[in-house]
Design a protein around this ligand. Structure first.
Ligand code: CU
Length: 182
């Protein structure tokens, strides 16, 4: 994969360039890619650290988004066997949660009784965490396969509040890619 440089416009007319992996949608490249600061990798401990933000304003089609993405527009792929630490924070006024579920359709209306991977869910998965609340999802990335991270508050997943999460046996380091649909 080719690393590209995206210019992320920030508040107050300040702009910085950050490296980002992924595909820019459209020919202009005007849309920013994933924020590289969300993802960290420790190859010694094989630990993936990911900042999972519910309800980033501005970038997404609706406040029911993760990191500004809806409907699977963002894919986080991690090496099989790695330890995943998702630092979840809800930036939105509406309560949100996060749960790793199988990549299946239809998207569930609400949180499943059990996540697809043990411990891969935030507290209050069905009710959500209030604005600026946080939780840490810490789990082992196994087995390899395709999953979703979705919000378990009733109706939110169906409204597009889900991203893709993949566990790959072939990967040496985690990646973030985007595929904007709007
Ligand atoms: Cu939600």
């Amino acid at each position: 994969m080719v690393a590209r440089w995206f210019v992320l416009p920030l508040a107050g007319a300040l702009a910085i360039a950050v490296p980002a992996e992924g595909r820019a949608q459209g020919s202009s490249g005007a849309k920013a890619g994933p924020d590289s600061t969300w993802l960290k990798w420790n190859p010694t401990t094989k630990t993936v650290t990911f900042k999972l933000v519910a309800g980033i304003p501005g970038r997404a089609k609706s406040p029911f988004n993760f990191n500004g993405y809806t409907d699977g527009e963002l894919t986080l792929t991690v090496p099989a066997g790695s330890t995943v630490v998702m630092n979840f924070v809800n930036d939105d006024g509406t309560p949100h949660s996060a749960q790793v579920i199988p990549d299946a359709r239809p998207i569930p209306n609400m949180a499943l009784d059990e996540p697809a991977i043990p411990r891969a869910y935030s507290k209050a998965a069905g009710e959500g965490i209030a604005q600026f609340g946080t939780d840490v999802l810490r789990f082992k990335a196994t087995p390899a396969g395709n999953y979703l991270v979705f919000c378990g508050v009733p109706g939110h997943g169906l409204s597009g509040m889900w991203i893709r999460f993949k566990i790959s046996a072939d990967l040496q380091a985690p990646t973030m890619t985007e595929a904007r649909t709007n």
